[in-house]
Ligand binder design. Structure first.
Ligand code: ACO
Length: 402
């Protein structure tokens, strides 16, 4: 036995760093986080200056190409994306094969993986022209795929994209609209969802982004790498947390809203009981995204008639946790997922779609990080080492002698 509770141990030339707590896997110019100060910047711009001021498309362009677009560049980017929103008809058939109650996240990752079969020109990650087309295809098609995953799960007909609409409006129409029926998205809803996508757009080397880079480091193409990232995001300790927060709040409400007894269960470390939406590997201060979401939750829920009872519970839970030594000592603060679920629910999304919304927001970050990695001549295939703790050499025993 090696004591793995101490995170960094050095054995010979191999450093043991479980969960990569102290290991940088790359250099990057995309996103800066100072977890102690609660700072997040995309390409140097603080998140609170971007949220609500720059659109998701502008931020996507910024992350991928390094600069905020001019009006002409943005118009061209937007029109290129609108041109690629349709899915191949055969890909549409693909959705029909999944069980009706399939969770939309594995449907999303499977469909993104399948894009490599429809666009075989995407297979060479060093073919710059095709990297550009794959970038546009992915940005344009993921909302369509996400809406189809939703429609499949509720047994409703798929809607083709309407390319007179912007990305977020088009996604809402394909999700909540019906064929041959007019659908007009509430502009406040469009604005709020666009802003939530901006808040999720990149977060340096988190679990899903590191997965995208690791898979891409073997020179797997963009679609294969992003599909792997979607699967990493699915886990409840990462993107799946937004779904878990709402389930946690609902279970507290079912138990009569007894927050102190729930908090005690968390502090007693009952197996599987955590304060979901709290804590972060990097932020040891208030997550700056959570602060923005918290401000928005009020207005959006008032406007859309969301679940104020659950919002009240969330607020009380935050207040109790932030004044409790257990959380204070461990520097556990609300993360971006603590309030987003309540907003998504007010917008009409079922809980199972919450992580899909996270994936739609995170996509430009995954693409930017994959492109940065592929373009960097110093990139090497990701191949961590291990500290072997198994049996020492022993002699084989034939089956009849065991
Ligand atoms: N509730 C209760 N206790 C917690 C929580 C929590 N949410 N998070 C951490 N702790 C405790 C741990 O039990 C540990 O206590 P100990 O020192 O007594 O053993 C201490 O705080 C440190 O926690 P670690 O698990 O070592 O922190 P790590 O950096 O590995 O984990 C993580 C970070 C996964 C986010 C964790 O805080 C967590 O599970 N949070 C809940 C899930 C969640 O909200 N995930 C979303 C993350 S943000 C995102 O993906 C967008």
């Amino acid at each position: 036995g090696i004591d793995t509770s101490k995170l960094l141990a050095t054995t010979g030339k191999v450093a043991l760093d479980i969960g990569f707590v102290n290991t940088a896997s790359c250099t990057s110019e995309i996103t800066y986080i100072d977890g102690d100060a609660g700072i997040l910047r995309y390409r140097g711009y603080p998140i609170d200056q971007l949220a609500g001021k720059a659109s998701f498309l502008e931020v996507s362009y910024l992350l991928i190409y390094g600069e905020l677009p001019t009006a002409d560049q943005l118009a061209e980017f937007d029109s290129q994306i609108r041109r690629h929103t349709l899915l191949h008809e055969d890909l549409k058939q693909f959705f029909k094969g999944f069980p009706r109650d399939a969770h939309p996240m594995p449907v999303l990752s499977s469909a993104v993986s399948a894009l490599s079969t429809f666009y075989q020109d995407s297979l060479d990650p060093f073919d710059q022209q095709h990297v550009e087309i794959s970038t546009l295809r992915l940005l344009a098609k993921l909302p369509t795929i996400a809406a189809y995953a939703y429609k499949k799960s509720v047994g409703q007909p798929f809607l083709y994209p309407d390319n007179s609409l912007g990305l977020v409006e088009n996604f809402l129409r394909m999700t909540f609209g019906f064929p041959a029926e007019p659908y007009e998205a509430d502009p406040d809803l469009v604005k709020a969802l666009d802003m939530l996508f901006v808040l999720h757009a990149d977060h340096e080397q988190n679990c899903s982004t590191s997965t995208v880079r690791l898979v891409g480091s073997s020179h797997a193409n963009l679609f294969a790498s992003v599909s792997a990232g979607i699967n990493a995001l699915f886990g409840p300790l990462h993107g799946g947390a937004n779904q878990s927060v709402l389930e946690m709040l609902e279970s507290i409400r079912r138990d009569g809203g007894d927050i102190p007894s729930f908090v005690n269960r968390v502090k007693n470390k009952e197996p599987g009981v955590k304060l979901m939406g709290f804590g972060h590997r990097v932020y040891k201060n208030y997550d700056p995204r959570a602060a923005i979401v918290k401000q928005t939750a009020d207005t959006v829920l008032d406007k859309l008639g969301g679940n104020n009872e659950l919002l009240d519970l969330a607020r009380q839970l935050e207040e109790i946790a932030l004044s409790d030594d257990y959380f204070v000592e461990r520097k556990l603060y609300p993360n971006v997922d603590f309030y987003t679920g309540l907003i998504y629910q007010a917008m009409g999304f079922p809980t199972r779609m919450f992580t899909v919304l996270f994936a739609l927001g995170r996509l430009p970050g995954w693409i930017a990080q994959w492109r940065e990695m592929i373009a960097d001549p110093t990139t090497k295939i990701g191949r961590p080492r291990q500290i072997y703790t198994g049996a020492t050499e022993r002699a084989f025993v034939p089956l009849d002698a065991r």
